[in-house]
Write a protein that binds this ligand. Sequence first.
Ligand code: ZN
Length: 342
Amino acid sequence: MKAVRFHTFGGIEVLRFEEAPKPAPGPNEVLLQIRVAGLNHLDIWVRNGARERKIPLPHISGSDASGVVAEVGSGVDHIKPGDSVLISPGISCGQCVQCLGGRDNICQSYHVLGTLEDGTYAEFTKIPAVNAVPIPAGMDFIQAAAVPLVFLTAWHMLVTLAQLRNGESVLVHGAGSGVGSAAIQIAKLHGARVIATAGSDEKLAKAKELSADELINYREKDFVDEVRRLTEKRGVDVVFEHVGGEVFEKSITVLTKGGRLVTCGATTEYRGTVDLRYVYSRHLTIHGSYLGTKRELHEVLKFFESGKLRPVIDKIFPLAEAAEAQRRMEERKNFGKIVLRV
Ligand SMILES: [Zn+2]
């Protein structure tokens, strides 16, 4: 089969469009013929070797995809060849206390597809059958590949961890990212006032189309000053963070009493200093978040059937141009999801 692989860790130049062995599904697995694969920032971390040294080489990246079931392994009876599915990207053991309790994303073996094993930048991939989810009515393959990882991540952060309530305020950093554009919609769905940041007015205009209430161009204005002004010095109830470094540090200071900061990444800087005086005197909570549970993905998908949430597609590249697609994401030119047509 054709796939995009890398044989050494490094920059965009290590990605090669080449022949790779077609995987065979084992018991309780399905082989998916991929129609569309979605990019995530995780793909860049995997490729440059910054976080996952256990990745076997050569490696195929990619956690999101939609496609058609080509084959099923033994023991699979809830899904059959020809079914159109999207991938639930979190893989866990299915047997431990956490998995059985519905908290599979804190299973000891939990990981995202495309990290420890080959992912979706390919004509075929194999996945556990429980990770194959029927595509909701009215959603095409492109949309289905753009939804799972970012909407699941944002849902787990805002709804499950931060327990966002009607009437609260949320600061969403990086509105142009896939996860940021998902967070705006989920926060609005829950009746929150959304303050969105982005690095260009063009991206902020698109955030406005997603119903963000207030917009901050972080290249022109300090977000701390702006949040104080917009909230009349009160601060926000929730910060949606995935940038790290100085953004993380400053975000602690814009939370109001009882505020929650939820972080799912550190796209610019891994370290951030916390001024503990804010944490104790304002009763703050800091939540770390990694993807979400299988159940939560099913909950999120219902809102696409009813049209209350919608995928945000930035640009479609052919699979062979995966390197160009990753360059666009690394240069932060995208608003929403970049996908690969296979
Ligand atoms: Zn488990």
